[in-house]
Design a protein. Structure first.
Ligand code: GLU
Length: 500
């Protein structure tokens, strides 16, 4: 570690999937480390045994990897200040407690939960605000306390907060100068009766032992910060710089939750958002490059990210912007990468993995006709299914009614005339010659291009809305296109399947 090197950490509790709020915190830490030439550390805070699982740890690690974030120290990569899981660091918390005991900065508290609850209740009934633990056990004679510990009486360890402590102040890199009155800080618990460290104690021990210089985290931890500062002071450790990030809200200004739709990185991945999109989008929820630029590459983010452009205003999750942005990244990713990324959704549309691998070139030809029409990959089955129907056509009844059965539209004539052109083997099976040859029908038939091409579109793609028609036709075998036209003609004009 070099002097003054920035060391930041993302410290998720593996109690669930990676929420987008957590992902944004991770991105800010990562980008800050990269922008400053510092180190990004991943630490798993799994000390709550009832809610933490190894499975969740794996899910979070996978989600971070999917986002393309890399950590310099942490699970899977190791590092000089490991282990990077709190449950494997118990001896460090013990050592810190021993140090505080030796210096008389903590005391054992034997108050039971029932006693504490009763006190809280009494205060509330008396119309007074409960101001925290009343320090009953602080005055027990040390020899007496030791006797009770030796006798096996359950106890927690509390911090002996100096009674005359001045207000606790710090300069938050986002919130600015913060001041909390010292007298409202009660003697917080550092170690529970089962010997496990509390969140505040473990975090301070870890951040110190891992030489963390900047704590960038959600502002739901803002009220923990003065308590943590008291612990730093007691341990005689330097206090890091804090940067608290505002909440991410839904469009209704309420905390983003399930009610608003997807909230975990995994869900966004499954809906077909690209990792680049997610990183760009989440980076802008509370930070901006210049207040204008919306498309920011990872490289740029890692160069330009700074804490002074992080705002304390709540960020609103704008789904429309996310969709737009994903569309932009799709247009920029190129055909080969698109095919590889689209694989699972192409399979849902009717392709097979084998075919994709064997005819990658053919699949790459889909890209130019779809890339401007796709915002999420999970739209692929609905939008591109027609490429995988073989000789069949899945006719959309509404399109049939609107286009093929429209009064005086002469759709039957139109598709028959086009069929003739498409059956003509002297015309090269390519978009432009086919389109030109069909277009040449307009004048003699006295039909506008739309009146000619829309029926053909429904007959080949099943729907009046589709990617470009002749580009699609080129991608399909001639015999399948002709078979689809024949099927359509038969069902609509001979069998009258769609007549009201
Ligand atoms: N483990 C805490 C959480 O997941 C984060 C603690 C911190 O960043 O200080 O909310």
């Amino acid at each position: 570690m070099t002097d003054n090197q920035v060391r930041v950490r993302f410290a998720p509790s593996p109690t669930g999937k990676l929420h987008v709020g957590g992902a944004r915190t991770a991105i800010y830490n990562w980008a800050y480390a990269r922008a400053t030439g510092g180190k990004f550390i991943l630490r798993i805070e799994d000390t709550d045994p009832t809610r933490s699982t190894e499975e969740n740890t794996q899910i979070i690690v996978r989600a971070l990897r999917w986002l393309g974030l890399d950590w310099d120290e942490g699970p899977e990569v190791g590092g000089p200040y490991g282990p990077y899981k709190q449950t494997e660091r118990m001896d460090t918390y013990k050592a810190a407690l021993e140090k505080l005991k030796a210096e008389g900065k903590v005391y054992p508290c034997f108050c039971t939960k029932e006693e504490l609850d009763a006190k809280r209740k009494a205060a509330e009934e008396a119309g007074k605000k409960y101001t925290g633990y009343d320090r009953t056990c602080r005055n027990i004679d040390p020899a007496e306390a030791q006797r009770r510990i030796d006798a096996g009486e359950p106890h927690v360890w509390r911090l002996k907060v100096p009674l005359d402590h001045a207000p606790i102040e710090f300069d938050d890199a986002v919130y600015g100068h913060m001041k909390f009155p010292g007298e409202v800080m009660d003697d917080l618990i550092l170690v529970r009766s089962d010997g496990s460290p509390t969140y505040n104690f473990a975090v301070v021990c870890d951040d110190t032992n891992m030489h963390i210089t900047h704590v960038i985290r959600g502002d739901d931890h803002l009220s923990n910060t003065p308590r943590q500062i008291l612990i730093y002071e007691a341990l005689g450790y330097p206090v890091p710089t804090f940067a608290h990030l505002s909440m991410i809200l839904g469009p209704d200004k309420k905390k983003l939750s399930k009610r608003h739709g997807a909230t975990s990185v995994e869900e966004f991945r499954d809906q077909g958002y690209l990792p680049d999109t997610m990183v760009n989008f989440l980076a802008l929820l509370g930070w901006s490059l210049d207040g204008e630029t919306t498309l920011i590459s990872r490289e740029q983010l890692c160069k330009e990210f700074s804490l002074d452009r992080v705002t304390k205003k709540d960020a609103i999750f704008d789904q429309t912007k996310l969709d737009w942005m994903n569309g932009e990244y799709i247009q920029r990713m190129g055909a080969a990468a698109w095919v590889d990324y689209a694989k699972p959704w192409l399979v849902q549309a009717g392709a097979t993995e084998n075919d994709i691998d064997e005819r990658h070139d053919w699949y790459e030809k889909i890209y130019p006709i779809i890339c401007e029409r796709l915002q999420r990959f999970d739209e692929i089955p609905a939008k591109l299914g027609y490429l995988f129907w073989g000789p069949e056509v899945h006719l959309d009844p509404a399109s049939v009614k609107k286009v093929l059965l429209k009064a005086n539209a002469r759709a039957d004539e139109a598709i028959q005339a086009c069929r003739k052109v498409l059956a003509d083997e002297s015309i090269e099976w390519k978009c432009d010659p086919l389109q030109d040859a069909c277009r040449a029908l307009c004048e003699p038939m006295d039909l506008k291009p739309g009146k000619l091409f829309q029926p053909l579109r429904v007959a080949v793609c099943g729907n009046r809305v589709s990617p470009p028609l002749f580009e699609s036709i080129e991608l399909l075998p001639r015999k399948d296109v002709l078979a689809r036209i024949d099927e359509t003609y038969r069902r609509v004009f001979t069998d009258h399947e769609f007549d009201a």
